[in-house]
Design a binder for this molecule. Structure first.
Ligand SMILES: NC(=O)c1ccc[n+]([C@@H]2O[C@H](COP(=O)([O-])OP(=O)(O)OC[C@H]3O[C@@H](n4cnc5c(N)ncnc54)[C@H](O)[C@@H]3O)[C@@H](O)[C@H]2O)c1
Ligand SMILES: [Zn+2]
Length: 344
């Protein structure tokens, strides 16, 4: 897995335009903000495809539009797709690259904090189908991931929070000192301090890669990356992917799952409170009713990560350490979700 941080992405990208044997996929917001730079880069060439921004574009129709452009531009097996955007562009155009002519090269140029620390690393590509998220996909590793922190300057604050969700997760699953560093420097992330961002991004990628490289196909240690995601995914599904973005749902998920860990005596009260103190100001918590929690439980039971019919949970078991559990009692899940952090 090759990646690097670059200062001037537009200069760097010239090297990746191979004759006319490439297309560039981006989304409408990114295109609008970086139109001038893109026009300079492509110099009137028509190899660009712009998807509407947002999760709803990770679908078969947009995939088919990308295939059509690839065919129309005569892209051959030595061709390449440049994916410029957040995780939506990366997953969708990466999947087009994985499947067109049985797989061509692609370059990830992630423009959101979340995609820089997470989705552009690890080779997972795919689309949503019939209400099921990431249900069609493939492992296909990019030729290279080019990270340019300057993109974060134009990113809305809500998207910074989403990236932070996954970044804090890395600290909690593998590196307690990193978690404390993020806690101390949170304001600098929001004020887009490039030095702090660059350090945090590099550290996050290294933690993710240390797991991906041991477990490329997601069968063992890579599952630790799912901390916060069992409850998080159920919350996303519950709201039909509208109220909370993925990273925000993961923040809520980490709070609930830490509460389960605390109630099971896997972590002490002091550590539990440290986690809640960092996470709770980031996202507005909602209080679910009993009926709503039953719906969340149904989503958890259908999670593709489950085994032997049991809901799988990654739970903290110490500072910067997690483990996988298949035996969390339903009662405990319900209690954790009913917990109101503001009252603690
Ligand atoms: N493949 C993986 O391993 C993996 C991991 C995590 C998440 N994902 C996927 O990633 C997706 C979420 O990615 P995301 O959070 O990047 O969302 P996104 O791609 O929807 O981007 C979020 C928003 O930010 C805008 N944007 C992007 N870059 C910008 C910039 N520099 N300035 C201003 N606005 C900008 C986008 O137009 C969009 O509106 C989900 O579909 C999720 O399933 C994949
Ligand atoms: Zn995630």
């Amino acid at each position: 897995m090759v990646w690097k941080q670059v200062d001037n992405i537009w200069e760097e990208l010239y090297q990746y335009l191979i004759d006319d044997n490439f297309i560039l996929v981006t989304d409408k917001n990114v295109y609008n903000i970086y139109k001038e730079e893109l026009e300079n880069l492509l110099k009137g060439r028509e190899e660009i495809y712009i998807i509407p921004s947002g999760e709803a574009s990770k679908n078969l129709e947009e995939l088919s539009n990308i295939y059509s452009l690839l065919i129309q531009r005569n892209i051959d097996r030595k061709g390449r797709i440049l994916c410029l955007g957040g995780g939506v562009v990366g997953d969708l155009a990466g999947f087009a690259a994985a499947t067109y002519k049985r797989g061509i090269e692609y370059v990830q140029i992630p423009t959101t904090l979340l995609s820089q620390v997470d989705s552009s690393i690890g080779g997972k590509t795919g689309i949503d189908f019939s209400g099921h998220k990431n249900i069609i996909g493939s492992f296909h590793f990019p030729l290279i991931t080019l990270i340019c922190t300057s993109f974060i300057h134009t990113l809305p604050e809500k998207e910074i929070t989403c990236g932070l969700g996954e970044i804090i997760k890395y600290g909690l699953i593998q590196d307690y000192n990193f978690f404390k560093y993020i806690e101390r420097n949170m304001n600098k992330v929001y004020s887009r301090d490039m030095k702090v961002l660059s350090f945090i991004i590099e550290k996050s990628i290294k933690i993710k890669l240390s797991m991906v490289e041991k477990d490329k196909l997601d069968a063992a240690i890579r599952q630790n990356l799912n901390f916060g995601h069992t409850v998080g995914h159920s919350i996303e599904s519950f709201f039909g992917y509208t109220k909370y973005n993925h990273g925000e749902a993961v923040i809520l998920g980490m709070m609930y799952e830490s509460n389960i860990a605390y109630k099971r005596n896997l972590i002490d009260k002091e550590y539990y409170n440290e986690i809640i103190k960092v996470l709770s100001p980031l996202v507005e918590q909602i209080i679910f009713s009993n009926d709503e929690i039953n719906i969340l439980l149904e989503y958890m039971k259908n999670d593709k990560k489950n085994k032997y019919g049991k809901i799988s949970f990654i739970l903290p078991v110490g500072r910067g350490k997690v483990n996988i559990f298949y035996d969390v009692e339903e009662e405990l899940i319900i209690k954790a979700i009913l917990n109101d952090y503001k009252k603690e």
